[in-house]
Design a protein around this ligand. Structure first.
Ligand code: ZN
Length: 295
């Protein structure tokens, strides 16, 4: 009896199929299925459609998705629509920059300890020069695919999961700064970690650049890429929305795949994103988010 239950625990740790060591029902009253569901995996076809949708938005609205444009508004409506269908509690948080109305999109997954929030975000705006499909349709799509995978799995994480798509990052981290500024001291305290993703599908990726700050998240990203034999390089806090959080004393992490050959230009189209890199990145976002929210 003890031998069997030890075997089951070992199998759960190794992620083995519980059926392999199933014992006759009469021999045990304990459930054989591990308590923590296995972390789901997102396929290329579960993330690339989001990028194609953002490219179409830009194509329809004059070539970009910048702050204050129709392209940004339609990007926001598209992402919100996907999240609403997946069962998230979504809300638009308005702010004004350069006399123009902007928005952040916040999506809460119902449940989890509201005193311990894992917040995962990406900026949704592009520059005016182009459609911004790698910068930052890719990060936006990776975070969206992660949220949808959480919903599909019916996840019930220990901590509260919140996802965010920021406006006006390209104008100076405006949306994320506005969000952080409007948090109460207690609200800031509740965010255990903020994970940021700004460019996750760069072609000819050299290294996954990991933001080295919150230790468990940083280690989890490094372990994820190491297990796949992918090179990483540690970077500090700066250059994107995690700076708004880090500056307010909120622990941060995340990663990006580097700037690549086309940045902030009209050529940052769908073919500026490598589907394989985007898929690897999305699964890294999902795996680490899942791990952090589960404990
Ligand atoms: Zn960016």
């Amino acid at each position: 009896m003890e031998i069997f239950s030890r075997m089951r625990r070992t199998a759960a740790v190794l992620g083995l199929c519980a059926a392999l060591i199933a014992v006759p029902a009469a021999a045990s009253a304990e459930p054989v299925v591990p308590k923590t569901p296995r972390i789901p995996v997102v396929s290329t076809e579960q993330v690339m459609p989001y990028l194609r949708a953002l490219q179409s938005v830009a194509d329809r609205t004059g070539g970009n998705r910048a702050h204050g444009t129709k392209g940004f508004q339609q990007s926001l409506a598209y992402v919100k629509g996907v999240l609403d269908k997946a069962g998230f509690r979504t809300g638009l948080r308005p702010f004004t920059h350069n006399g123009v109305l902007g928005h952040n999109l916040i999506a809460d997954w119902p449940g989890g300890d509201p005193g311990h929030v894992v917040l995962v975000g990406a900026h949704l705006d592009s520059v005016e020069a182009g459609p911004g499909v790698n910068d930052n349709g890719s990060g936006s799509a990776a975070v969206l695919a992660t949220a949808v995978a959480v919903s599909r799995a019916g996840a019930a994480p220990k901590r509260h999961l919140r996802f965010a798509w920021w406006g006006a990052e390209e104008q100076g981290l405006i949306g994320s700064k506005d969000y952080v500024r409007k948090l109460s001291a207690a609200g800031r305290e509740k965010i255990d970690v903020y994970l940021n993703f700004d460019m996750t599908g760069t072609r000819n990726v050299q290294q996954w650049l990991v933001v080295h700050d919150e230790p468990r998240a940083t280690e989890a990203f490094e372990a994820y890429f190491a297990a796949k034999g992918l090179p990483t390089f540690d970077i500090g806090i700066g250059g994107s929305d995690h700076e708004s959080f880090g500056g307010a004393g909120i622990p941060v992490s995340g990663f990006n795949t580097g700037v690549g050959e086309c940045l902030h230009e009209a050529c940052d189209r769908i073919d500026n994103v490598d589907p394989e890199t985007e898929t690897v990145s999305t699964n890294a976002v999902l795996s680490v988010t899942w791990q952090l929210a589960s404990r």
